[in-house]
Design a protein around this ligand. Structure first.
Ligand code: SF4
Ligand code: SF4
Length: 269
């Protein structure tokens, strides 16, 4: 396996033709990141989940009905030179764009809960903690010691399992290396997906599979050169690092992506 290169930009490719909607990525994310839950989770508007699997359909009736599952973590928007929508509005620098990795962080002790970031995020990935987490008896012993538990009053979101990156870099340092290999840093959702729909790695590294699938074009804010790839709401200029693959035109259009010469049909307006 080749060495990593300078100037990393971690990102993901999610193949929607492979995703079965099983939800393993969501469960793995909950366990890995100590995501709080409540006794009654019936009101999903109040639930916290960093990875959410949406169910889309083509709006047609049987026998032309089709559906698709779309896993949606934080899109780790780069915007223009690190001006992600959420980062631009946070008055406390509680969320920040890391130029060394491309990861948009969330620093809980700085967050004072104004929720500007939630209003600014076009992807609805941020959630507010209305309550302090209460873990069922004994479960506190199973919490991940590498991820801080969040308190009431702060916003949280997907971190690309950044603690795993830090652990991998620490291990490399101990072994006298300055860099890590592709398989040394993988997110929990990537590893948990039974159908291999999620690929994670450094979009800047041509040796990483994620780069080969996404084919990002740096001259056009990372727009993919792969005709099967698209990013959600790409026209907003959020310059996200989650690329989706699909062979189905209606799925691509559901993400508000149109090829040259295509027009919005009523079904997707
Ligand atoms: S998806 Fe939302 S929370 Fe994530 S970087 Fe973009 S604006 Fe921020
Ligand atoms: S809720 Fe927290 S992270 Fe979001 S803008 Fe306010 S201070 Fe920043």
């Amino acid at each position: 396996m080749m060495k990593n290169v300078e100037g990393k930009k971690f990102g993901m490719v999610i193949d929607l033709d492979k995703c079965t909607g099983c939800g393993a990525c969501m469960v793995a994310c909950y366990a890995e990141n100590n995501i709080p839950f409540r006794e009654d989770e019936t009101d999903k508007m109040l639930s916290v989940s960093w990875m959410h699997v949406y169910k889309l359909n083509n709006g047609k009736s049987f026998p032309d009905y089709e559906e698709c599952f779309l896993p949606r973590p934080c899109q780790h928007c780069e915007g223009h030179e690190g001006h992600s929508p959420c980062v631009s509005v946070c008055p406390a620098t509680a969320t920040d764009y890391d130029m060394a990795t491309g990861i948009v962080s969330q620093i809980y002790p700085r967050c004072f809960g104004c929720r500007y970031c939630m209003g600014a995020c076009p992807y609805h990935v941020r959630q507010f903690n209305w309550w302090d987490p209460i873990w069922p008896d004994g479960m506190e012993k199973l919490l991940n010691p590498n991820v801080s538990v969040r308190m009431r009053g702060v916003v949280e979101k997907c971190s690309f399992c950044i603690h795993r990156y830090q652990l991998a870099m620490d291990q490399a340092y101990v072994e006298g290396r300055r860099e890590i290999e592709e398989d040394e840093y993988q997110t929990a959702c990537t590893q948990a997906c039974p159908s291999g729909a999620i690929t994670f790695g450094d979009l800047n590294n041509p040796d990483h599979k994620v780069h080969q699938l996404a084919k990002p074009d740096p001259a056009h804010h990372g727009h993919s050169k792969n005709p099967k790839a698209f990013r959600l709401l790409e026209r907003l200029g959020t310059n996200t690092k989650i690329y989706y693959l699909t062979s189905r035109e209606w799925v691509r259009k559901s993400g508000d992506n149109y090829l040259e010469g295509e027009f919005k049909s009523k079904a997707h307006s």
